[in-house]
Write a protein that binds this ligand. Structure first.
Ligand SMILES: Nc1ncnc2c1ncn2[C@@H]1O[C@H](COP(=O)(O)OP(=O)(O)O)[C@@H](O)[C@H]1O
Ligand SMILES: [Mg+2]
Length: 333
């Protein structure tokens, strides 16, 4: 009996389905820019999921589709069990959104900004006041709640944005580049807050960032995008493991591309060496000492290796190895 029921189950996402399902999503903007070229992934309940990649990768477009602001050209997406195209209202009721552009009103205090949005959401006044107090405390803004947001620092504004996005108790929270434009120490503060939200609010969080190194610590799983395509999907640890936990970085005197080609042929490793400026990096999974010996032997062949260092592999390295281009070049650094 139960087998029969299971067999007849319609494969459409319901309440128990993953909160976000993206299935072959394409977006071509009018004018022909192919911003997203057929990506698929799922986000599990309660996880922090990072959409990573350099500028122009298609992160904001993907967020646009998932938050019903952008219509996909092809493919399907479901958020909180609702088809984003067929039932956008259902999606909107289930999500909180903080986008790159601030929607805070400079003429009002932090508390008043939250009240304004509570009214937009039609929250009952009594509930709203309680929720606003709780969120101001959670965002560590209770001391400055009645000051004009014009007087807030960048970090405080961002925290207020997060609070605003959480007002209606969303099931899924979308944060597009929550730390862009902030100082490094303030960025850490925001990431710590994002983790706290996951723990204390039990909300599923989908965030985007081009700071791949920072996402490593905060995200349970990530999807790395480049030029509209998904180039990697998994937990940061898994992705780093596929490359090797450590990298040997060689400084080359001469043509690093030629040196990388030579090293690739000689070393026969799973991931070919990668060139970044005058550096050639080679992933090491098991025996770093063995690699060091091989490199020492090659050194005599006149490749112009003038120094070598060993360092931890990062998600930026995963990006570079999957795309064949270093992330900082892609970011124009
Ligand atoms: N409204 C739009 N109209 C036309 N092209 C767009 C629009 N929004 C974004 N794009 C283009 O789509 C590509 C992906 O942009 P975007 O999704 O903003 O990437 P990211 O957020 O990763 O920087 C870029 O080439 C961008 O110029
Ligand atoms: Mg963007």
């Amino acid at each position: 009996m139960s087998v029969e029921i299971a067999a007849r189950r319609v494969p459409l996402p319901g309440v128990a389905a993953p909160p976000v399902i993206v299935d072959g999503m394409h977006k071509i903007y009018p004018g022909g820019v192919e911003a997203v070229r057929g990506i698929s992934f799922e986000v599990a309940d309660g996880e922090i999921f990072g959409l990573l990649g350099p500028n122009g990768a298609g992160k904001t477009t993907t967020f646009g589709v998932l938050t019903t602001l952008v219509e996909p050209t092809r493919g399907r997406a479901f958020v909180a069990g609702h088809d984003v195209v067929a039932f956008p209202l259902g999606v909107r009721r289930a999500i909180g959104v903080a986008f790159q552009d601030s929607v805070l009103d400079n003429e009002f205090s932090g508390r008043e900004n939250l009240r304004l949005h509570a009214r937009l959401w039609n929250l009952a006044r009594r509930d709203a006041e309680q929720r606003i107090d709780a969120l101001l405390a959670l965002m560590d803004l209770d001391q400055r709640a009645d000051d004009n947001v014009r007087t807030y620092s960048g970090g405080m504004r961002r925290r207020l944005e997060l609070g605003r996005a959480l007002l209606a108790n969303p099931r899924v929270l979308f944060l597009d580049e929550p730390t862009v434009g902030l100082d490094p120490s303030v960025r850490d503060e925001i990431w710590a807050l994002v983790r706290q939200l996951q723990r204390e609010e039990g909300v599923t969080i989908v965030l985007s960032t081009h700071y791949l190194e920072e996402a490593e610590d905060v995200c349970d799983r990530v999807a790395i995008m480049n030029r509209g395509e998904l180039v990697a999907l998994g937990s940061p640890a898994e992705l780093i493991e596929t490359l090797g936990a450590e990298l040997v970085e060689l400084q080359i005197d001469g043509d690093p591309t030629a040196a990388a080609r030579e090293l690739g042929i000689t070393l026969q490793r799973a991931s070919p060496p990668l060139v970044r400026r005058d550096l050639v990096s080679i992933a090491v999974s098991d025996d770093a000492a063995d690699l060091a010996r091989q490199i020492a032997a090659i050194r005599s062949d006149g490749l112009g290796i003038i120094g070598s260092t060993l360092r931890r592999t990062s998600l930026a390295d995963v990006f570079a190895h999957r795309t064949g281009r270093p992330l900082d070049e892609e970011l124009g650094r």
